[in-house]
Write a protein that binds this ligand. Structure first.
Ligand code: PMP
Length: 392
């Protein structure tokens, strides 16, 4: 067990088994702590020790402040998992994929001098990961502007002028609903956010071969703390601009982080398709959680969950059940307009659909936190559903 100072907020006692009454189940953030037990099982193998004198330089053995070994191992990882083709493509590192989003928008926007007024319109389809809009609005520059939903443009009676440059975020599988997504606007430049395109969360029907793909260690190994993401880039011009941005913005990613991630990726690769495979562990954990939540909600007429089909996965070489990172809940009753508030009243903290631009009838549940978080969420939901009047 964990030491008591590390109990989940709702639990106390030496082995964290005492549940505090009336403590709300917190299913808000996407903190990937479901992978903590995996790394506890491989504690020695995944440990990194760095002496005080080691790696003090700005420089690394690769160009642009990146560790060549880490780059090589990320390519090996994608090949072993079969989720992305990296041959003939460039790789850049960022402080989480978060840093790469703005780096990409800037690098994909036209170089504006004062004589030019062309602008990039940055868009996404609802429901979408709210960071794209918040960050784009914060870092708003002369070259780009957040322009809302793809549906507003796809259905516009007057089509955008041919010079309009659309940058479309496509999150596949999607946060919040776990569906595999494709771009909507014809001719847009697409940033494929593949944060969840790993076998823990999704079937891998085929390797992604897109021109701009973004991945993050936050959802691969679960080390959100390390702030490590990477982009796989086809175009050399875009690659150069990205490197310039990353140099001027932060002089590259922490070398300590690169060292730690290299260690984790080496362990992951060594166990691919063997006993103790992290993807097998992740998939088993999340598919069980999904099936438990579905079972509880199947007897409800008040709440529904997104429907996800079983799908063929090339990694496991079988048709597999869904194992999404999030439950996307809809409140079906007319009077339950604010679904997050309905759940909160029943002791469940969720993330309202409003910030995903999907409206308040929807709310998101994180299924990737600790086992304690999940157990409590299931308990709270079970008692909420059991209070429903039986259907007539
Ligand atoms: N993209 C999506 C769609 C996400 O849900 C998340 C994590 N919540 C990220 C990226 C992760 O960002 P980072 O790599 O900066 O931790």
């Amino acid at each position: 067990g964990r030491p008591s100072c590390e109990c989940n907020t709702c639990y106390r006692g030496r082995d964290c088994s005492l549940l505090l009454p009336d403590c709300a189940a917190d299913a808000d953030s996407g903190d990937p702590l479901f992978l903590e037990p995996y790394w506890q099982q491989h504690a020695a193998l995944s440990a990194v020790v760095v002496s005080g004198w080691h790696r003090m330089s700005y420089r690394t053995n690769g160009d642009n402040f990146i560790s060549l070994q880490l780059e090589t191992h990320l390519r090996l990882l994608h090949e072993a998992v079969g989720n992305a083709v990296t041959d003939g493509k460039f790789i850049v590192f960022g402080s989480g994929s978060t840093q790469l989003f703005n780096a990409l928008i800037r690098s994909l926007s036209p170089d504006n001098d004062s004589s030019s007024s062309s602008l990039s319109n940055v868009v996404a389809s609802a429901p979408y990961y709210p960071m794209y809009k918040a960050q784009t609005a914060l870092l708003d520059g002369r070259e780009f502007e957040w322009e809302g939903l793809t549906s507003d443009w796809a259905n516009a009676s007057s089509s955008p002028s041919p010079s309009t440059n659309f940058i479309e975020f496509v999150t596949s599988p999607n946060n919040p609903d776990g569906t595999l997504k494709r771009p909507v606007l014809p001719g847009s430049t697409v940033i494929h956010d593949h944060a969840y395109y790993w076998p823990h969360y999704s079937a891998i029907p085929a390797p992604s071969e897109e021109d701009i793909m973004v991945f993050t260690d936050s959802k691969l190994s679960g080390h959100a703390s390390s702030r490590f993401g990477w982009a796989v880039i086809k175009d050399e011009g875009v690659y150069r601009k990205l490197n310039r941005y990353l140099k001027l913005n932060s002089m590259g990613v922490s070398r300590d982080t690169q060292l730690r991630v290299l260690k984790l990726v080496k362990v992951i690769i060594a166990k691919v398709k063997k006993q103790d495979d992290i993807f097998d562990f992740g998939y088993t954990t999340l598919s069980e959680r999904w099936s438990k939540l579905n079972k509880i909600l199947s007897s409800s007429t008040r709440f529904s969950l997104q429907k996800l089909p079983p799908q063929y996965c090339s990694y496991f070489n079988k048709i597999r059940d869904p194992s999404p990172a999030f439950g996307w809940v809809k409140c079906e009753r007319e009077e339950d307009r604010d679904c997050a508030a309905v759940l909160l009243k029943a002791g469940i903290i969720s993330r309202t659909g409003i910030i995903f631009e999907a409206g308040s009838r929807y709310t998101r549940l994180s299924l990737i936190k600790t086992e304690d978080d999940m157990d409590l969420l299931l308990q709270r939901f079970e008692s909420l559903v059991s209070q429903e009047e039986p259907a007539v």
